[in-house]
Write a protein that binds this ligand. Structure first.
Ligand SMILES: [Zn+2]
Length: 322
């Protein structure tokens, strides 16, 4: 049996037909439109293309950036798609497909985390927490082999753990959230602040951003850090420290055996993970008297979200039908 996984990203909608072993057998990509109806049409188009190759696709799993209600069908809010407020995404797609397929919607970080759990760095773990260090900080929690969604579908918003009293303003409207201190944006902020304070150490970063501090991007900091640049390493040290502190706070609640760190920023490997591991131990309660979680880079790749969405939909819907 085949399942269609759909990943609605900021720039691309990707779709993949997965078999029961979570292997992709065909895939498609189209640019993401801005209007909800146009997004629905794109998903239906991908489904039509997919069923030309594989006539029987009874389930669709959709990975979407934003808050998904506990019914796993409705978008309550999305920072990317303004009109996704209380939006019945699964209902719309099922209507358009006239009942040919059933739809499950899941938050994108949850899908990526589930992908890591079934075929990536979290495979075989008992309790796994994934942190995706992208523009913001995404989270996913797996407890005893099940994705943890909370009572209202709002669990695992780990980027908005309140870490600093009266701290930096966050896009969510609150202050001092973890993602203000550990994310791709935070990396840029720490690097820019360092460049302004210590211009004598900023030669390489200024070269990479063409002399304009505001034009500095995370990938330039990664490049300079890989070359051993002191200021770039300082910026990674800062987001690594906050990543470690954030994981220690999470461990106080969940005590997982594995943390998986994903997102573009983790491509620098131990430049990020070493300060994260060091500070995790530093801020962990009873650190010397307990077993420590492994802190591992994600390995499932960019399709993990799509595969995770397909797998979650198949498990959920086949259970319903049984
Ligand atoms: Zn926030």
């Amino acid at each position: 049996m085949y399942t269609l996984g759909i990943d609605i990203g900021g720039t691309k909608i990707a779709g993949a037909v997965c078999d029961e072993n979570d292997t992709i057998v065909s895939q498609w990509r189209v640019p993401t439109p801005t209007e909800p109806e146009e997004i629905n049409d794109c998903i239906v188009e991908i489904y039509e293309e997919a069923t030309k190759l594989h006539p029987e696709i009874p389930y669709i799993g959709i990975s979407a950036a934003g808050n998904v209600k506990a019914d796993r069908r409705t978008m309550s809010f999305s920072a990317n798609i303004a009109k996704w407020i209380d939006y019945p995404l699964a209902d719309r797609i099922e209507e358009l497909l006239q009942g040919r397929a059933k739809v499950v919607v899941e938050n994108d970080a949850n899908c990526a985390g589930w992908g890591e759990y079934i075929l990536g760095a979290g495979k075989g773990s008992k309790n796994m927490v994934m942190l995706t260090v992208g523009t913001g900080l995404g989270g996913a929690i797996v407890i005893n082999g099940e994705l943890y969604r909370g009572s209202f579908g709002m669990a695992a918003e780990l980027g908005h753990l309140p870490m600093v009293s009266d701290g930096d303003f966050c896009g969510c409207g609150l202050r001092g959230c973890a993602e203000r201190y550990t994310s791709g944006s935070a990396l840029e902020n720490f690097a820019r602040a360092g460049m302004r304070r210590m211009p004598q150490k900023a030669t390489r970063l200024l070269e990479l951003c063409g002399g304009d501090v505001n034009a500095l991007e995370g990938k330039m900091v990664s490049q300079a850090a890989a070359e051993g640049d002191e200021l770039a390493l300082y910026a990674f040290g800062k987001i690594g420290e906050w990543l470690g502190r954030t994981m220690a706070a999470i461990a106080a609640v969940l005590d997982p055996d594995v943390f998986v760190i994903g997102g573009g920023v983790v491509s620098v490997g131990n430049i990020l993970l070493d300060p994260a591991r060091y500070n995790y131990q530093r801020f962990l309660q009873a650190s010397a008297y307990r077993e420590h979680a492994q802190i591992l880079p994600a390995t499932a790749g960019g399709d993990a979200g799509m595969i995770g969405a397909a797998d979650l939909a198949r498990k959920e819907l086949s259970k319903e039908q049984a």
